[in-house]
Design a protein around this ligand. Structure first.
Ligand SMILES: Cc1cc2nc3c(=O)[nH]c(=O)nc-3n(C[C@H](O)[C@H](O)[C@H](O)COP(=O)(O)OP(=O)(O)OC[C@H]3O[C@@H](n4cnc5c(N)ncnc54)[C@H](O)[C@@H]3O)c2cc1C
Length: 551
């Protein structure tokens, strides 16, 4: 029987992963990988960290060269070969080096960078302007920096613009980050993005938000300055990280169907509408675990999963793709910000949110860092109708340590369809240097479950409360002495004596150090007939701690 011919288009990250999985699935197949560049299989995500000096050698980012794939995976890697088109009916790929027939095709051509028109295109761009997408870009940037480039303008404040700015500031460059949109990191809430912006600024990055590069000044082959609003910024090096667009023209020309955003919507086998054609890489969208709608994330972590499934199925296997959550984490100065799932309020799930503050590990342990967690959960009870049977929908975590672990637990909880009560009970590892007996993730389950009985005020809402909101401090005298706070003092034991005032009040917020006594007070006040009794989630302790994450 003739060997199955599998052809993989694209060799950055997803293509080689798919080719390797195809080989693991089918030992006999003939596998050909076509890539127009010279390098294949490199850690794109690691590129900024070479610039900051946190990766020792450029070669560490590309350990698996073409020879490795040929030898260990018996993949016929053909670099410097440009794919021009393919014919899905004839099952042939047309390239700059001739025609390559296939039985199954894996489309992994990724996404192309968006370059704002003000920079021109092709050779007109300038010798000191670069993207940061591959080893060749990295080499070029590194050479310019070694020759003395010091003032860097980063254009675009998404994940990779923020990472690049952060890493270049660590290297000692004078960095200005220009973002046309109103905030950095558009996937995040304005509050978390604002925290990231302040942390970047504290790390020395100059930020220009809500304005784009409107004009460039050239000298010879270089751009020596950019105009941003009324300001002229002199520069030695410009990095363009202004977003990507799915590279799907070749797929569409073969009759492939595209989503409105230009991505290829794959099913849970990574199959496309074209017979025998599977797709992976940062040009595909697939089902979101919470919204159930197709979503294009352009993230390596997601691309890796579609690559495994596309590779296995193209080789005759039977792999199924899990839905995505858009889980992501980014470092901005001293801060880590992370997200997962759906962070929309309202909608089909009647989503609600609570926000709470905690610590990366026991606060008595030196090195403990404040953490802030926003949990989005369904306002609808589960089938049992019990309190706590509501599902978790999404989360954002911000802090200076331990953010990665919390967001990953929450991502797993969402995919496993855990309820709030189960989140509260989750048996997580505890030892003082690493966590707390009741981790902030558990605490989020508790607070969200209790939200039905008394409204937990987020730190954000509390800071912006109106004058008509009555604030009662239910702390002990010694706690009040240790940390002053302007509010009406109320002895928890004498709450009932204030029944009349509480009934008459429109909105009441109780505060204590941790949020526990104030929750009890709010619950009791509700029972007494207070129309809207709430408490400060995380307490004044959290307010003080989290203040340091916001400044
Ligand atoms: C600086 C940076 C940092 C990142 N950090 C992270 C991170 O921390 N976490 C995360 O999850 N994601 C991260 N990403 C996202 C992700 O890692 C990258 O986008 C990665 O490049 C995705 O690889 P890919 O193979 O899916 O697509 P692409 O990188 O777009 O690769 C497609 C390949 O196809 C080739 N190609 C295109 N057209 C043709 C053609 N006609 N013929 C032949 N070959 C062709 C291209 O040369 C390219 O090699 C980062 C991205 C960047 C740029």
């Amino acid at each position: 029987m003739a060997k199955q011919k599998i052809v993989v288009l694209g060799g950055a990250l997803s293509g080689p992963t798919a080719a390797a999985r195809a080989r693991e699935t089918n030992a006999d197949a003939s596998i050909i990988l076509l890539e127009r560049a010279e390098a294949i299989s490199y850690a794109v995500g690691g590129l900024p960290y070479y610039l900051s000096g946190e990766v020792d050698a450029r070669a560490d980012l590309a350990p698996y060269r073409a020879a490795f794939f040929s030898r260990y995976y018996e993949v016929d890697v053909r670099t410097k070969v440009s794919v021009e088109r393919f014919d899905a009916a004839k099952r042939k790929v047309y390239t700059s080096a001739g025609v390559v027939p296939y039985d199954t095709l894996i489309y992994a051509l990724g996404a192309g960078s968006i370059v704002p028109p003000v920079f021109g295109d092709g050779d007109a761009i300038a010798s000191n302007v670069s993207l940061l997408r591959n080893p060749a870009h990295l080499q070029r940037i590194d050479a310019l920096l070694r020759k003395g480039a010091q003032r860097v303008v980063v254009v675009g404040g998404g994940y990779y613009g923020v990472e690049a700015a952060d890493c270049l500031a660590r290297r000692g460059c004078a960095v200005t980050l220009v973002e046309r949109g109103p905030q950095l990191l558009p996937e995040f809430s304005a509050a978390a993005a604002g925290q990231a912006a302040r942390a970047l600024a504290a790390a020395g990055v100059e930020l220009r938000l809500g304005v784009g590069v409107e004009e460039v000044s050239r000298k010879g082959k270089k751009i020596v300055a950019v105009r941003v609003g009324d300001e002229r910024i002199d520069t030695d090096l410009i990095l363009i990280t202004a977003g990507v667009r799915p590279r799907t023209q070749i797929f569409a020309a073969a009759g492939g169907e595209l989503m409105r955003d230009g991505s290829i919507h794959v099913d849970d086998r990574c199959a496309t509408n074209l017979d025998g054609v599977y797709a992976t890489s940062i040009c595909v969208s697939h089902t979101h675990a919470v919204t159930r709608k197709p979503v294009w994330t352009a993230q390596a972590s997601d691309a890796d999963k579609t690559a495994q499934v596309a590779g296995e199925n193209a080789a005759g296997g039977n792999a199924t793709l899990l839905p995505t959550l858009g889980t992501a984490i980014v470092r901005a100065g001293a801060l880590q910000v992370a997200r997962t799932g759906s962070t929309e309020l309202g909608g089909r799930h009647e989503a609600a949110k609570i926000q709470l503050a905690g610590h990366s590990c026991d606060p008595f342990f030196r090195g403990s860092e404040p953490l802030e967690l926003t949990l989005y959960y369904s306002g609808k009870s589960g089938k049992s109708g019990k309190s706590g049977s509501e599902r978790i929908l999404g989360a954002e975590v911000v802090g200076r340590g331990g953010v990665d672990k919390r967001i990953d637990v929450l991502a797993t909880a969402i995919l496993a369809k855990l309820t709030l009560a189960q989140l509260a009970q989750l048996d997580l590892a505890y030892s003082p240097p690493y966590s707390m007996t009741r981790d902030i993730v558990n605490a989020a389950g508790v607070v969200a479950t209790q939200a039905k009985h008394a409204r937990p005020w987020t730190l954000e809402a509390f800071s912006q409360r109106g004058d008509d909101v009555l604030v009662y401090d239910v702390r002990t005298a010694s706690q009040r002495k240790a940390h002053g706070f302007a509010a009406t003092v109320m002895d928890l034991a004498k709450l009932r004596e204030h029944r009349r005032a509480l009934r008459a009040a429109k909105q009441v917020v109780f505060v204590c150090e941790t949020g526990r006594e104030s929750y009890l007070a709010a619950r009791a006040a509700s029972h007494m007939g207070c129309a809207e009794a709430g408490y400060l989630s995380g307490g004044l302790n959290a307010l003080r701690e989290v203040d340091s994450l916001h400044t």
